[in-house]
Design a protein around this ligand. Structure first.
Ligand code: FAD
Length: 348
């Protein structure tokens, strides 16, 4: 917001300021002032280049089913309902994990030279010390001045008899008290609601600790935006709040860490390890691609640095070509997208 005020007259361009503010609140559960300018510029640039975000046909279940199918096809073994209790190591090298089957309580040791953790730096570090981070610890409010910033959000799921948003994109709400943006996922996949009904999701940053008041403000915004239609045709299914690292947002956007850890053979991926400029699950996917490129380089002897923290060797000051991290599409895509919008969001 400081950067915006330096470059534009905020009083005359309230809508533009509100637009960036709402993107930050909707996508990151953060105020604009909590995100660095560099990160906002990079994510906005990527947004224009890649185009509007989409909704997966079949929802998240379709994605996990497809992942499972591909893994099983390649002979992998998936252990569901199992908790990793400890990450094992000897002489600075990872050697495996201790796992507990949640159904039977049975524990077993799995030996491996490579362990990739998707649960964030704090929980991974705890497992190294034979501890598990509990939900209560995660939800404990950070009180130390200058300590890490928290992402605090409230989400409302609504079932409607009538369509309220005529496109597949995000409807940013610029003149609301709380709701930053809304989507109607059934525009992409009607199976996400009973036949003839529409599923809507709104999202906002919680600006106080008073959750009941925050819920009322959300309902007030919905009444303001949709008037009588909201009262007559809509039913609120759930209103759910989340805070800090629970269930995700393990670090604020832009404070992500590198995949390497101090322990040889132990790497991080996922939320908290996103490469700069990528939001949410796109960032999670890119963190995996980033790790795969590092793994390729290790196997081909193209890394520098101490054994625990290798990095891909640069050739003459430039990084060597990688094959997993997808390079950003051409800048022309941004112009094409802007030219076609909002038509593209109707057809994609
Ligand atoms: C309310 C909400 C709405 C969101 N909406 C969107 C959206 O619309 N679009 C979008 O792109 N992103 C969205 N996100 C963000 C998205 O959910 C995250 O970016 C993503 O889930 C992070 O993926 P991950 O694999 O890094 O972590 P997770 O999804 O948290 O996966 C980690 C997994 O590890 C498991 N685990 C933890 N500890 C252990 C252990 N000791 N042993 C074994 N397993 C363990 C957990 O149970 C979990 O299944 C939303 C997040 C929230 C909270």
């Amino acid at each position: 917001d400081v950067w915006l005020s330096r470059h534009i007259d905020i009083k005359k361009n309230r809508e533009l300021t509100a637009f960036f503010e709402r993107i930050s609140r909707f996508a990151l559960s953060l105020e604009l002032s909590q995100v660095t300018t560099a990160e906002v510029v990079k994510t906005t640039r990527n947004m224009f280049r890649y185009g509007a975000p989409g909704i997966v046909q079949g929802g998240c279940a379709a994605l996990t089913s497809e992942l499972e199918r591909r893994l099983l096809e390649r002979g992998a073994e998936i252990r569901l309902r199992s908790d990793v209790m400890q990450i094992l190591s000897t002489d600075g090298r990872v050697t495996g994990i201790r796992v507990r089957n949640k159904s039977t309580g049975e524990e077993s040791l799995l030996h491996a030279p490579l362990v990739i953790s998707d649960i964030g730096p704090r929980a991974t570090n705890a497992l190294l010390n034979n501890r598990q981070v509990t939900q209560a610890q995660v939800l404990k409010k950070q009180v130390t001045p200058g300590d890490v910033q928290e992402a605090i959000g409230l989400k409302v799921h609504i079932l409607s008899d009538v369509s309220l948003i005529p496109h597949k994109g995000i409807m940013y709400c610029l003149d609301t008290k709380r709701i930053a943006g809304m989507v109607q996922p059934t525009n992409c996949d009607p199976r996400l609601a009973p036949p003839g009904k529409h599923l809507l999701i709104s999202h906002q940053v919680m600006q106080s600790d008073n959750i009941e008041e925050e819920k009322e403000l959300a309902l007030g915004d919905l009444r303001m935006m949709f008037g009588e239609t909201f009262e007559k045709h809509c039913r609120v299914l759930t209103m759910s709040a989340y805070r800090g690292e629970w269930p995700v947002n393990r670090v604020v956007q832009g404070d992500d860490v590198a995949p390497e850890t101090a322990l040889q053979g132990l790497y991080l991926v996922g939320d908290a390890v996103k490469p700069s400029g990528y939001l949410m699950v796109e960032g999670v996917a890119q963190s995996v691609n980033q790790f795969l490129d590092l793994l390729d380089a290790i196997e081909q002897g193209r890394t520098d640095g101490p054994p625990g923290v290798p990095h891909i060797r640069r050739q003459g000051g430039t990084p060597v070509p990688v094959r997993n991290v997808v390079p950003p599409p051409s800048r022309l895509n941004a112009l094409r997208w802007l030219w076609e919008a909002p038509g593209n969001s109707r057809s994609t």
